[in-house]
Design a protein around this ligand. Structure first.
Ligand SMILES: Cc1cc2nc3c(=O)[nH]c(=O)nc-3n(C[C@H](O)[C@H](O)[C@H](O)COP(=O)(O)O)c2cc1C
Length: 239
């Protein structure tokens, strides 16, 4: 079982997204999976030119010479892809979006209608299944509405499955070291690790674990107060 993570956070291994990815991969590895973690911001990825040469001139290949050739090979040769991203403006970061747009060569240009909706014909027999991992600063789970929808649309477009979504609100707490937060974060990361383990071993994750991620880590009013205190303190420094 080969898992490849495409992480769209500019903070790379200092990011909150990566903290969740790390716990998830730990669980997957304990269950026997192999993984590769890729920080997309460190790769040379130009934006899609919309020229369609990948469909009509050199079918299946982009004319641009950058890191996407290697990344598409990794994408296609994986059993599971983890799309990992901070929530930016309600959606995936532009770093991840640019990568997703450049996946155009993996589908065929022709249209087909499936269950009353059009999509491209698949160029390959099977695409890897997806796991989505994200975190955001706001505390309500509803902040992920766009991403929940987006992940479904992407999986439909590539005729594949979403195996799991790990969406963490109050994500900026994940790097906190306070004594108060320690047991709360430990419990969260352990649940993510267990989810990785279960997914590889059993092909699915306990609904109780998934439901636990939908609750805030700390009460929302306390979180807002602490967040605003933090910004006040930071702003004081430039006075
Ligand atoms: C440009 C930008 C846009 C953001 N948009 C949102 C947003 O729409 N909703 C939200 O809750 N947090 C938003 N955030 C906060 C990030 O999701 C949050 O800081 C997250 O923990 C960053 O993850 P990372 O450390 O992996 O990069 C935004 C942050 C930035 C820099």
């Amino acid at each position: 079982m080969k898992i490849t993570v495409f992480n769209g956070s500019p903070r790379k291994d200092n990011g909150n997204t990566h903290k969740i990815v790390k716990a998830f991969l730990n669980g997957c590895k304990k269950a026997g999976a192999k993984s590769e973690n890729i920080f997309l911001v460190s790769k040379e990825i130009n934006h899609c030119m919309g020229c369609f040469n990948c469909w009509i001139k050199i079918p299946g290949n982009c004319i641009q010479k950058d890191d996407m050739k290697e990344l598409i090979t990794k994408f296609l040769n994986s059993d599971i892809i983890v799309f990992a991203t901070p929530l930016y403006v309600d959606s995936v970061s532009s770093i991840l979006k640019k990568f997703l747009e450049r996946l155009l060569p993996v589908v065929d240009p022709h249209f087909e209608r499936v269950n009353g909706e059009t999509r491209h014909v698949m160029r390959f027999e099977k695409y890897p299944d997806f796991v989505f991992i994200s975190n955001c600063a706001y505390p309500e789970y509803s902040q992920f509405q766009v991403l929940e929808h987006f992940s479904k649309r992407l999986a439909r477009e590539l005729n594949t499955n979403i195996l799991l979504e790990i969406f963490r609100t109050q994500g900026e707490l994940l790097k906190e070291k306070s004594v108060f937060l320690k047991p709360i974060l430990k419990k969260f990361f352990k649940s993510v690790e267990n989810a990785g383990y279960q997914l590889i071993k059993e092909g699915k994750v306990d609904q109780n674990i998934i439901d636990s991620w939908k609750k805030p880590l700390i009460p929302i009013d306390l979180y807002l107060r602490k967040a605003n205190e933090y910004w006040d303190k930071e702003l004081k420094k430039i006075e």
